[in-house]
Design a protein around this ligand. Structure first.
Ligand SMILES: [Ca+2]
Ligand SMILES: [Ca+2]
Length: 445
């Protein structure tokens, strides 16, 4: 086992395979009669709770004139950007300070947001008891999703250790699977960093497989004095190393190592998959310790494919353009960049349900990389696409994505993939990613 992750290799690649995902989606909500938002909400950054002890934060919703404590989860992130995880191998355990700081994350369920309230609705005993109180509003433009009361208590321990809140996202280490009321995710046992099987669960005793397989390649087109190569699934091995099961989400860290000659690069990649009750996120962090634009030629990038179960094709609606037949140099010359498109998504629909894949392109990379492209089933292994992209000859799937990263500069980039799931065939996924948040301090007296 290696604890030398994030050393200083020629380049360090953080989460391998996923490539892309979502930015905020413009909401087309029509107004909400009842408070609530269908996805988890992650609060981080310069918040008023910075410098509070993480074990002392609590949240309450005001629902039908009564207060109810709601589940809340704080996950600390350490200095080098990894989640602090307690389960499994202790790579990151105790690597942060127990104090809420700028990169730590507070998570609540959007479904738990409560009704609007005023200071008069807050019991005066609470104002006396709690150290600090904030009224937090969640909205999008003129649409209100609801409000919560967040407090800091004078003493406390992490409340979910009381078992009063059950996790919505169970992790079975032996079976290597994550189970929520909506879906079951089974890690690919031979290489858990790759996307595994995803089953929707319309009923407790019934399952519906929606994704059966995935594949990944990282393509390096290099100057004439170095051979081009692609990094493929079989060039690395991965294993589940650490995890944390909380009331709202479960984080599972998968370590990745290269086999054979690639191990000379001494890379240790590390993928932190985050599972919620109705979605999961697979980040891809790529750290370039040198300026890749000096070495990587157009067409270098990340390619990812998924395979549906036989006979279970999905109708796909997407704003991604098809992978062009033209050589990669010509695409970069046109200077159309990912910055010109606010979000990249593909939605799949069947009578049994729907899914949305959101491709997240790093904010800094957006202005220098072309938009991600869609690889359709008929393009895998076929001319003319293989003529300009060799690696497509040995790549297969029902749906793929390619992101050219030849133009990025030295630095660390966050790419990734969000997969949102629903049992509704016509789910709009419109609300996802666009929550505005306002904190208001409540005076104690
Ligand atoms: Ca931190
Ligand atoms: Ca901290």
């Amino acid at each position: 086992m290696s604890n030398n992750r994030k050393m200083s290799p020629i380049f360090t690649i953080g989460l391998l395979f996923s490539v892309l995902f979502g930015i905020a989606i413009p909401s087309a909500s029509l107004g909400v009669a009842k408070p609530g938002y269908p996805y988890p909400i992650i609060l981080k950054g310069r918040l008023p709770i910075v410098r509070e002890k993480v074990t002392r934060i609590r949240a309450f919703s005001f629902i039908d004139k009564a207060w109810k404590q709601i589940p809340l989860q704080i996950d600390e992130v350490n200095e080098i950007g990894d989640y602090v995880l307690e389960g499994g191998l202790p790579f990151t355990k105790d690597t942060d300070d127990g104090i809420f700081d700028l990169n730590d994350e507070l998570v609540i369920r959007g479904q738990d947001l409560g009704d609007p309230f005023t200071q008069a609705d807050i019991p005066s005993a609470w104002k006396a008891k709690f150290t600090k109180l904030w009224k937090v509003l969640f909205f999008n433009g003129t649409i209100s999703y609801g409000e919560v009361l967040i407090v800091s208590t004078p003493t406390g321990h992490r409340f979910w250790n009381d078992a009063s809140f059950k996790s919505l996202v169970a992790f079975n280490r032996t079976a290597e699977e994550v189970v929520t009321p909506l879906y079951r995710y089974e890690f690919k046992h031979s290489n858990p960093v790759l996307l595994g099987e995803v089953c929707l669960k319309p009923k407790m005793d019934k399952e519906f497989l929606i994704l059966s397989k995935s594949s990944f390649q990282m393509i390096f087109n290099l100057p004439w004095w170095m051979p081009n190569f692609s990094l493929e699934d079989q060039d690395f091995k991965s294993s589940i190393e650490s995890w944390q099961v909380g009331p709202i989400r479960t984080i599972i860290a998968v370590g990745v190592k290269f086999k054979a000659f690639l191990s000379l690069f001494n890379l240790h990649m590390f993928s932190e998959l985050v599972f919620y009750e109705n979605m999961f996120q697979i980040p891809t962090v790529i750290e370039f310790a040198y300026d890749p634009s000096k070495y990587l030629k157009p067409g270098s990038g990340l390619a990812y494919s998924i395979t549906f179960p036989p006979g279970k094709e999905w109708s796909i609606d997407t704003n991604l353009k098809d992978l062009p037949e033209t050589p990669p140099e010509q695409i970069l010359e046109k200077m159309e960049t990912a910055a010109q498109i606010p979000i990249f998504y593909a939605v799949g629909r069947r009578p049994e349900g729907s899914f949305q894949v959101k491709v997240r392109v790093d904010e800094r990379a957006r202005s220098v990389v072309p938009p991600p492209f869609l690889i359709r089933k008929f393009m895998f292994g076929k001319e003319p696409w293989t003529l300009t992209r060799n690696w497509l000859q040995a790549f297969s799937g029902d749906l793929g994505l390619f992101l050219d990263i030849a133009n990025v500069r030295k630095g660390t980039y966050n790419f990734g993939l969000d997969l949102l799931l629903s049992l509704k065939p016509d789910e709009s996924f419109q609300d996802y990613g666009l929550v505005q948040i306002e904190w208001n301090h409540i005076p104690k007296l």
